[in-house]
Structure formats: C-alpha cells, structure tokens
Design a protein around this ligand. Structure first.
Ligand SMILES: C/C(=C\CNc1ncnc2c1ncn2[C@@H]1O[C@H](COP(=O)(O)O)[C@@H](O)[C@H]1O)CO
Length: 200
C-alpha cells in the first residue's frame, strides 16, 4: 500500500510541525506503508523521510529535474524518480498512491491537494485524502471549502460530497487509522500487482 504525502519544504515557524511530520513518517514505516513524496531533504519533507527511513520504511521521492540538486534532494531515499516538471510529478502521485496525506505546507502542498480534489471532482477514482490538522492549520481552508460549497462552486461532479473530500484529524495515529479504513483494498492490491508485474 502506498500513500503520497504532501508537505512543506520550508522550515516552519513552529517546530511542532517537524515533530508531527516525523511522527507520521515513523508510523507509516511501522505499518509497512510505502511513502511517496516530493523527494526533498528540506522542511517537513526531510523530517518525514528521515523518520520513516530510520524506522526501516520505504520512501520514494518524485522530484522535478530542475530541483534535483544536492541541496534539495534527500540523499537516503529508497528510490528516487526524476520527472520533467511539477505537473508530471502531480500525475505520478496520482498514478502511484492508494491514498493521500497533506501535512501543513504552502503553495506546493495546496497545489497538490487541489490537483487530487479537482481530479475527483471530474470523475477520477477518488482515493482517501487525510489532512493533518496540527494546531488547526487546515481549519481556515475547511472554512473556505464550506464557503465555496455553500456558494454552489463544488458541485461539478454530482457524487462529490464535501465531507468526503478529506478526513481531518490533529492526531497522526488516528488520522492514519481513518485513512487506512477508507482505502479500497482490492483496488490497491490490483494496482500494486499491476505496477510490479504489468497490467494483467
Ligand atoms: C526551491 C526550494 C525548495 C523547493 N524544494 C522542493 N523540493 C521538492 N519538492 C517540493 C519542493 N518545493 C515544493 N515541492 C512539492 O510541493 C510540496 C511542498 O511545497 P510547499 O510550497 O513548501 O508546501 C511538496 O509536497 C513537494 O511535493 C527552496 O530553495
């Protein structure tokens, strides 16, 4: 099972975000969940990857070629894939992940979240999305999404329900439990087999 994690490259003002990123990394590794992420050593991405690797986990980085420099790329990932640009990276996250997790972050994280939500709104197979709401980081975004829904702007796909857009929790372990319970296991297994052996 693979989870794509979107999270900040910046050093956060409050170190609790680095600690929580490390907690998520460790928990994913302990549950043998393969992490797919932006491939950087910086910010929350670095904290997540370091903790997962230290706990024996698998971490795949997907990094756009222009960002693949020693200053940015994590040197110890179990695998690293280079892609031409940010748009291709977002598509690789969608190709590879059985679920998505967003930790606190900036425009890059929001862009990745919007990409998966827009895909689901346009009929792509919806996969669970978890928001780690440390210190209420995502509460203003959720308020905005409710505002957008009330304004009738999130209705393009008739099956899309706002409460299905994301599972929100400020507790890393509870959030992972909720996401794991929502993963479509037969599809995830077929998907893993197809990736390993080619489509049957
Ligand atoms: C150019 C600088 C840092 C950029 N480094 C990044 N390396 C890898 N992945 C990145 C980087 N910046 C953005 N991403 C992707 O977006 C998310 C983080 O962006 P945010 O704006 O910090 O939220 C993350 O999930 C990555 O996939 C500075 O020198």
């Amino acid at each position: 099972m693979r989870v794509a994690v979107f999270c900040g490259a910046a050093r956060p003002a409050d170190p609790v975000h680095l600690q929580e990123a490390a907690t998520i990394g460790r928990l994913l590794a302990e549950h043998s969940i393969h992490i797919v992420m932006g491939g950087s050593r910086l910010g929350l991405m670095g904290a997540l990857a370091d903790a997962a690797l230290a706990a024996g986990g698998q971490v795949t980085g997907i990094i756009p070629r222009p960002l693949n420099t020693p200053r940015i790329t994590h040197p110890g990932l179990t695998s690293l894939e280079t892609v031409p640009d940010m748009t291709s990276r977002k598509q690789r996250f969608v190709d590879l992940a059985d679920a998505y997790l967003a930790l606190p972050g900036g425009f890059g994280t929001l862009d990745e979240l919007a990409h998966v939500w827009a895909g689901a709104a346009h009929g792509a197979r919806a996969r669970p999305v978890g928001l780690l709401n440390t210190s209420g980081y995502y509460t203003p975004l959720l308020t905005f999404l409710n505002h957008a829904a009330a304004g009738g702007f999130l209705t393009r796909h008739p099956d899309l329900r706002l409460d299905e857009l994301a599972v929100v929790d400020d507790d890393p372990a509870r959030l992972l439990q909720s996401i794991a319970a929502r993963i479509d296991r037969p599809t995830a297994t077929r998907h893993a087999m197809a990736t390993l052996h080619g489509p049957s």
